[in-house]
Design a binder for this molecule. Structure first.
Ligand SMILES: Nc1nc2c(ncn2[C@@H]2O[C@H](COP(=O)(O)OP(=O)(O)O)[C@@H](O)[C@H]2O)c(=O)[nH]1
Ligand SMILES: [Mg+2]
Length: 201
């Protein structure tokens, strides 16, 4: 009886944990995205004022529960000197959210280079990637097709893995729920597959 009840308790309340890295250049909106996600998904979370977020030195960690999945977000600093630390976290992660500032055309090539380096890293083989074209609330921003064109020579390097480009505004919350729900679907499905097969389908 105890086994049955504890099994039922675990089934009802225990969460499967997944580690998700939030990467992208500094100023792309990574920390704003993390705060917005916590506010949207965690009922009792009283978020900080999104307009008061300042540059991340080191990292921010945040947890978001979606159904039976618990996502542990690691928001890493995006300044050039901190990018070299990203790959220290690759081996332990189940998914990557890559944030692009759609209003910063000038730094798009720099963002593409960082993305390319990340996506070709062996430790991330088969790991799902959500690309967020952020700041879509700004009228003059680049569109999704513009960004896809700028990143076009990376596409072949993404390989056979789940990858979605999602229009988003971390500030207003547009596209945030859709992006996270997509990520949950991918990591849950991936974890139930043997690692060797992860990049086959
Ligand atoms: N208009 C607009 N501004 C944003 C959005 N997301 C972030 N920002 C602003 O961009 C700046 C950098 O955001 P932050 O989250 O600190 O970027 P991080 O360096 O990638 O963590 C801040 O001034 C944010 O208010 C967005 O979706 N729309
Ligand atoms: Mg930050």
């Amino acid at each position: 009886m105890y086994t049955l009840l504890s099994g039922l308790y675990k089934y009802m309340f225990q969460k499967d944990e997944y580690c998700i890295l939030i990467l992208g250049l500094d100023n792309a909106g990574k920390t704003t995205f993390l705060e917005q996600s916590k506010t949207r998904f965690n009922r009792n979370y009283k978020g900080m004022s999104l307009s008061k977020i300042t540059t991340t030195v080191g990292l921010n960690i945040g947890t978001v529960d979606v159904g039976k999945a618990r996502l542990m977000f690691w928001d890493l600093g995006g300044q050039e000197e901190l990018q070299s630390l990203w790959d220290k976290y690759y081996a332990d992660c189940h998914g990557v959210i890559y944030v692009i500032d759609s209003t910063d055309e000038e730094r798009l090539p720099e963002s593409k280079r960082a993305f390319e380096k990340m996506v070709t890293s062996e430790a991330l083989d088969g790991v799902p990637i959500l690309v967020l074209a952020n700041k879509q609330d700004v009228e003059t921003c680049l569109s999704i097709p513009d960004i896809k064109t700028a990143f076009s020579d990376c596409i072949s390097k993404i390989g056979r893995r789940d990858c979605l480009t999602q229009a988003c505004s971390a500030l207003t919350g547009k596209g945030v729920r859709e992006g996270i729900e997509w990520m949950v679907k991918c990591v849950v499905r991936n974890v139930h597959r043997p690692p060797r097969q992860r990049d086959i389908t």
